[in-house]
Design a protein around this ligand. Structure first.
Ligand code: GAL
Length: 650
């Protein structure tokens, strides 16, 4: 029997010890399996250098363990204590404006600072030696939310030194770097690596190749920081899962790199905060889903992070009620906390853990809900978690295999789009998310693949929108692929050195796409290009010269929009919703995938023999009306707003 689990984030150091036993008892009674603790507790673990105070933590772990809970122990490195910062103030990160980002909140450290890395290694070693084999410790969380508060990039002296060394290793000579970056332009040539500054503070636009290398460097530094801790823990805490908690729409470092060092990826899901804070949709959409969240945003990240560590993943922090950090912080509609939890299970989560157990009456997050109110009375989220706990107890939910369709997602492409967008609305995440949303409205289940994938043969349909530079592995996988593939817009539009490819884009073997992109333009949102048969290209448009392709769709001015050579399709722009639907319906049908157009709040996911359905909308939905039937294991064919159903399907 494959069970799914619930957990909660808990801060024993925030509460008198007398409360711990009762809290643990209530957690177990609620049906929780996991409890995450410790990730911000450095000042209590080591109030002054060398003054180790681990007994309270041991007592907390014992208390939780004796109650029957499994502990996820956090390393406290996201919150270095004041004495440590005072010992080496140059560990603090520096903003792009040159100002030091000081003590007083969290994440105040430079990933590259060797002194701080040594301190992290020291405290993590001590913790892993002390608790690594404790029977109650089931897993570790390393640090907390890399890049939270935009902390991947720092412009400190430490980083400048490390970046210069990185460049030296990569290019060997200043001449090679000058050539790769095109520094003859505007007399930007360097005579030595020591002359190279961080890409900030110039009069106008910096060289994109300079910025791109800085993004690569910074991303590698995050992975190097994570690996330092992962190696220490792995050696001292055998059999325990190593986890990190990623965030929503956070692209500053390559999550596939960090994920490859983890046993389990996890992420922190705050649907209402994200809708307010991180969605490109307009006011009407936001009003409609204000208490539900965007119907695709959570699912996208579930699918993305499932891919980052080979399939095993959790939600480490699940929004339980109103949060404190978005422009507005509404309360979830009744049933949504339960829906969000079930949706994560539908996408294969092993565990969903709520943030946090009890609302803190003090400090920065006192306005952030917990499962309990500050006075320990059950809050709304508690009751919904309880319902899920009862529901999962009786259900055997083995995880199924692959989905029928896949989307390639690539962090370096996101950096490249950001560095040279060529138009205000152009954003890689936004583009990929448009494709994702349309596939989901067509009723498809989706896997996300890294751009280093060497074999696409598990999928009938593969999309790689907006992929700037292609690895040799993926080029070969695409050449060997026999399913239906869609690439573009902007496919292979740059070399690895951030230049326009010699033979013009796409930078792929000529035998693959059979066309050349000869010119591009970006468009005002109110001046789209209309396409024959319905729909438009928005924001971005390419003029392609076909040599060996058939034009499947053309713009009214005659230029090809969708071209085909064998099973490979090239899309020459950014389709609006209507055109996107036409294109994806057509490709799915060519791939032999059945589609159905779902209402904008209803979503389904197929996982093996189970079909999960969730209703983010505010109207009831009858699944049978969309050709969906099966034996109901949870809920029924009619989903009320916030409704969830699991069907056993053929
Ligand atoms: C996350 C973070 C938590 C807490 C939470 C509030 O970003 O990991 O520590 O701050 O947000 O929503």
């Amino acid at each position: 029997m494959t069970r799914r689990h619930l957990g909660v984030c808990y801060y024993p150091e925030h509460w008198p010890e007398e409360l711990w036993t009762e809290d643990a008892r209530r957690m177990v009674e609620l049906g929780l399996t996991f409890v995450r603790i410790g990730e911000f507790a450095w000042s209590r673990l080591e109030p002054a250098r060398g003054d180790l105070q681990f007994d309270w933590l041991e007592h907390a772990i014992d208390t939780l363990h004796e109650a029957g809970l499994k502990i996820v122990l956090g390393t406290p490195t996201a919150t270095p204590p004041k004495w440590l910062v005072d010992e080496m103030p140059d560990m603090l990160p520096v903003g792009e404006n040159g100002r030091v980002r000081g003590f007083g909140s969290r994440r105040h450290y430079d990933f590259s600072h060797e002194g701080y890395r040594r301190e992290c290694a020291r405290i993590v070693t001590l913790l892993a030696d002390r608790f690594g084999r404790h029977p109650g410790v089931a897993a570790w969380q390393i640090d907390n939310e890399y890049d939270c508060h935009r902390t991947t990039l720092s412009y400190s002296d430490t980083v400048r030194r490390a970046f210069r060394e990185w460049l030296q290793r990569k290019y060997q000579s200043p001449d090679a770097l000058n050539r790769a970056w095109g520094n003859v332009f505007w007399s930007m040539e360097y005579g030595s690596f020591d002359e190279i500054e961080l890409p900030a503070g110039a009069v106008t636009e910096l060289n994109p190749a300079h910025r791109m290398d800085f993004r690569r460097f910074a991303s590698e530094e995050v992975a190097r920081f994570n690996k330092l801790q992962a190696d220490i823990i792995r050696a001292r805490s055998p059999g325990r899962d190593i986890i990190h908690n990623f965030m929503g729409r956070t692209l500053a470092f390559d999550h596939f790199d960090v994920g490859s060092q983890l046993d389990v990826s996890s992420w922190d899901s705050y649907p209402l905060g994200f809708l307010e804070d991180r969605s490109d949709e307009g006011g009407e959409w936001k009003r409609r889903f204000v208490r539900a969240g965007d119907p695709d945003f959570q699912a996208f990240h579930h699918d993305l992070y499932r891919a980052t560590s080979g399939g095993r993943w959790w939600v480490m922090e699940q929004q339980p009620g109103p949060v404190n950090w978005a422009p507005h912080n509404p309360a979830p509609r009744e049933g949504m906390v339960r829906l969000w939890t079930w949706e994560a299970f539908a996408h294969g989560a092993e565990t969903v853990s709520y943030f946090r157990w009890r609302q803190a009456p003090f400090a920065q997050e006192q306005m952030h809900a917990g499962l309990l109110r500050p006075d320990s009375v059950e809050a709304e989220g508690f009751r919904e978690a309880k319902k899920v706990a009862e529901e999962i107890a009786g259900l055997d939910l083995p995880r199924g295999g692959k989905s029928e369709a896949a989307i390639v997602f690539d962090y370096p492409s996101a950096w490249a789009w950001e560095i040279q967008p060529q138009g205000r609305e152009l954003d890689y995440f936004r583009l990929v998310f448009d494709f994702y949303r349309s596939l989901r409205r067509l009723g498809l289940s989706i896997d996300i693949l890294p751009a280093t994938t060497g074999d696409l043969s598990d999928y009938r349909l593969v999309l790689a929108p907006g992929l700037f530079a292609w690895s040799d592995v993926l080029r070969k996988a695409l050449a060997d692929y026999e399913g239906i593939a869609l690439i573009g817009p902007r496919a292979g539009s740059k070399t690895q050195d951030f230049s326009i490819p010699g033979a013009m884009p796409p930078d792929l073997p000529e035998s693959l796409p059979g066309l050349v992109v000869s010119r591009v333009e970006t468009l005002r949102a109110d001046v789209p290009v209309s396409v024959e048969g319905g729909g438009t290209l928005k924001f971005w448009r390419e003029f392609v010269e076909p040599s060996e392709t058939e034009t499947l769709l053309a713009a009214h001015d005659g230029w090809p929009v969708l071209s085909q050579r064998g099973a490979l399709h090239y899309l020459a722009g950014w389709p609006d919703g209507t055109l996107m639907r036409r294109i994806l319906e057509r490709l799915a049908n060519e791939a032999g995938i059945t589609t159905t157009w779902l209402p904008d709040g209803l979503r389904i996911r197929r996982d093996g023999r189970h079909l999960f359905a969730v209703n983010y909308g505010d109207q009831p939905c009858d699944l049978a009306a969309f050709g969906i039937n099966g034996k109901a294991l949870l809920g029924g064919l009619v989903l009320e707003p916030s409704g969830v159903a699991i069907l056993e399907v053929a």
